[in-house]
Design a protein around this ligand. Structure first.
Ligand SMILES: [Mn+2]
Length: 401
């Protein structure tokens, strides 16, 4: 149903006669609020894919019992509803059993259940399962953005990369191969970790498929750029190795939120040597969120053709993310990080990873839920700005296995 803007305003009770207007808040106009704009925007979103999913649920799950009035309810739960039922893929997206089919979707989620790079608390091997489980809580629609992922893009879940807990290097090779396969298919690779050691093999997977240059925006409390830790390429090392790749320069690595008492000096001296870009929470407070996002975009995109985002959930103050490997106070507030994330995703990404969700240490799924939020926020921003799929143009050396 479409209304003229005038009729919409009247229907929403926004065009009262002049005499009734109270003047306590002369600066307040309801129609200038994001709240009203979002109400209005929802009316312009289609429902086509939702209707299609409901019909599919009936076809697959049998029509519901005669006593049920709502005839869209099937006997067996299929698709989004109910949120507490069903077999969880990420956001209940279709599970792509044959990974050769991932290219039929705009974006593909892949789990990387790997925590052998952990130097303190383990448990992130359960990250993909934890994130998928609580992702069932979400609808595909975001109010403020006026975006409905189900209507405006296609998403699949490719399942997990087969990782080998006893061997970092073989697991890295598996991860790189999996990410390169998804990137080559044209789907946007979205990785759910896993500890942060996966940052290197994930970026390597994308970097292998392109002759173009890649910048990285990295949300973390930790600098993660030392050469080795405990004699191995642990989760404190991904950016040392990633920025050794020929098409990934440390000058295009932007590290947001670094600070506190858990930043190893080996990593700090390496970041100084390589001239990466570090903004602390205090820097970000000084510049503000919008300006920080602009600075991050300028640095990551300078001379590059695509940007990758690595989001460590421990970049958030540990009061909000107990379920993580190296909790640290003093990080971002969730809404600060989400605001910056949405802004830096707007020009489009070539890949996204969410790492360090450790469900065994989590409370009420809040850390895993934040992990879900990072992914949907990034996808929502790209959909809102029409930049999802932009990364395809840089894949000029696709792999095939
Ligand atoms: Mn970290």
């Amino acid at each position: 149903m479409t209304f003229s803007p005038r009729r919409r305003r009247r229907a929403a009770g926004l065009a009262p006669s002049k005499g009734r207007l109270r003047a306590h808040h002369p600066d307040f106009s309801k129609m200038d609020t994001q709240g009203w704009k979002a109400l209005d925007a929802e009316g312009r979103l289609p429902e086509t894919m939702w209707r299609k999913e409901q019909q599919w649920a009936l076809d697959m799950g049998l029509p519901g019992a005669d006593s049920i009035t709502d005839k869209t309810i099937p006997t067996f739960a299929r698709g989004e509803l109910p949120h507490f039922a069903g077999i969880n893929t990420f956001m209940k997206a279709p599970y792509v059993e044959n990974v050769r089919d991932v290219g039929k979707y705009d974006a593909a989620v892949l789990g990387i259940p790997f925590d052998s790079g952990t130097t303190y608390r383990p448990g992130t091997r359960f990250g993909p399962q934890g994130v998928r489980r609580i992702s069932a809580l979400y609808t595909p629609y975001n109010y403020e953005m006026g975006v409905d992922l189900r209507e405006q893009m296609t998403l699949c879940d490719a399942g997990d990369v087969f990782c080998l807990p006893a061997n970092l290097e073989k697991s890295f090779d598996q991860i790189t191969r999996g990410v390169a396969h998804v990137a080559s298919s044209g789907a946007l690779p979205v990785m759910i970790g896993g500890d942060h050691s996966i940052g290197f093999p994930c970026v390597r997977g994308i970097a292998e498929c392109t002759s173009k240059k890649i910048g990285i925006i990295h949300f973390d409390r930790h600098i993660d750029i030392q050469e080795k830790d405990l004699d191995e390429r642990m989760h404190t090392t991904p950016w040392f190795w990633a920025t050794n790749l020929p098409n990934v320069s440390p000058r295009n690595l932007v590290q947001l939120g670094i600070g506190g008492w858990q930043v190893p000096r080996y990593g700090v001296s390496e970041a100084r040597r390589r001239d990466t870009n570090v903004l602390t929470i205090e820097d970000i407070e000084k510049y503000g969120l919008e300006k920080t996002a602009e600075i991050a975009l300028d640095l990551a995109w300078e001379g590059t053709d695509a940007v990758y985002i690595s989001f460590d959930v421990d970049s958030i103050d540990c009061g909000f993310v107990p379920g993580t490997g190296w909790p640290e106070p003093g990080g971002f507030l969730p809404r600060e990080a989400l605001k910056i994330l949405g802004l830096v995703c707007a020009p489009g990404l070539c890949g996204l990873e969410v790492v360090e969700v450790s469900p065994p240490y989590d409370t009420s799924d809040i850390t895993a839920l934040f992990g879900v939020r990072v992914i949907v926020e990034a996808l929502g921003s790209m959909v809102a700005h029409g930049t999802l799929g932009k990364h395809k143009s840089i894949i000029d050396k696709p792999v095939s296995y």
